[in-house]
Structure formats: C-alpha cells, structure tokens
Design a protein around this ligand. Structure first.
Ligand SMILES: [Zn+2]
Length: 199
C-alpha cells in the first residue's frame, strides 16, 4: 500500500527471504526451514540481506517493514545509514494486542502448495479458496501457527521491545494503534510519512 501511495520502495526481511527461497539459493532454502519451525533467522543474515537491498533500492527513500527487530539489527542499520550518508526520518511502532494477533492468525488462509497467505475474510477467496498464483488449495493452519505465536511473543518481549527506547532516544518514535481497521491504521501511517516527505 505504501509503495502504491508514495512510490517509496518497501521491503521486509520476510519478503527478501521468500525471494531467496523462490530463487532456490542455499540461503533461501536454509532459512525457509528455520522459519517453518517458528525460529528466527540470525541477525547476521538479516543484516546482510538488508544491506544488499539498501544498496540496490534505497537511493531515494525506503520503508522497512518488520526490520529492525533486535538491538543488534538497529545498531547495524545505523552504521549502514551513516555510510550511505542518510538517516531515519521516522520509526513507527505498530502496537497490536496479543488478542488481535491471535485473531489475525486464525483468520488466515495459506496455500498448501506455494505458501501464499491471505486473510480468510478477504472476499475474493471466501467462496473459492484457491491460490491465485498456483491454483493450490488455501487452508487454515491454526494449531501450527498458534504454537509458533508463543515462540514469537517470547522473542518479541526479550528482543524487540527494547527497540522502543532505542528509537525514543533518537526522537523519531511514533506509536500507532494497530488494533484498528487496516484503512484507519494506513491513514495514520500515511500522515506520518507525508509529514516527512513534505519537508
Ligand atoms: Zn499457491
């Protein structure tokens, strides 16, 4: 949505890793296994991938979604940006309750063949649960994913929460309530980005 609206390239470690997996690179295949079992990919790998991406696409602004997630990642990003002679304009902290996360996971459909995920409430797929990319069957994967959720929540509390302070000290932190409708959240985020790009 952000790319369409602002013409700013957006990436996430997940998107980069999916691409690596689809290309069948050794790194892509290895990390796919880790992610499947709910683990986190090491900081070192994530940082390398982000640095490559920045060099290729980050020349005229960029948005990271789900990065950095740990203090070492945040610190590496700082030094990458210093090297590129740029800085972060804004850090958006999307606050989402555990309940919201659980609702969204149980309302998710995933393609049994290629792993494409979508929301079960998406009108397009409600009647005909077939993957738009490979015609695979879209199914719910509640139990697995809720187990993975516990691991992720742990990781979040120990590794990600400290980032709030890190960016607060840099005076670029904005908290956005992510429990509301997608469009309302997007409007808030858009306003923050607009403020920065208008300068
Ligand atoms: Zn598929």
């Amino acid at each position: 949505m952000i790319t369409r609206h602002f013409g700013i390239p957006v990436t996430s470690p997940g998107a980069i890793l999916r691409r690596e997996r689809d290309l069948g690179t050794p790194l892509g295949l290895e990390t796919a296994e880790v992610l499947q079992s709910g683990g986190l990919v090491s900081d070192k790998i994530i940082i390398e991938l982000i640095e490559d991406w920045l060099r290729l696409h980050g020349g005229h602004g960029f948005v990271f979604d789900g990065f950095p997630r740990t203090l070492p990642q945040a610190e590496s990003l700082m030094s990458m940006l210093t090297k590129l002679r740029t800085a972060l304009d804004v850090a958006i902290w999307l606050e989402v309750s555990e309940e919201t996360v659980r609702d969204r996971i149980t309302g998710r459909l995933q393609c049994a063949e290629c792993g494409f995920t979508t929301s079960a409430s998406s009108a397009q797929f409600a009647n005909r649960p077939v993957c738009p990319y490979c015609d695979g069957r879209l199914e719910r994967r509640n139990d697995d994913d809720l187990g993975v959720l516990q691991t992720r929540l742990q990781e979040f509390h120990t590794k990600t929460e400290p980032l709030g302070n890190f960016y607060k000290k840099l005076s670029i932190l904005h908290r956005v309530d992510g429990n509301r409708d997608r469009d309302v959240v997007f409007a808030d985020i858009s306003r923050l980005i607009e403020d920065k790009t208008a300068k």
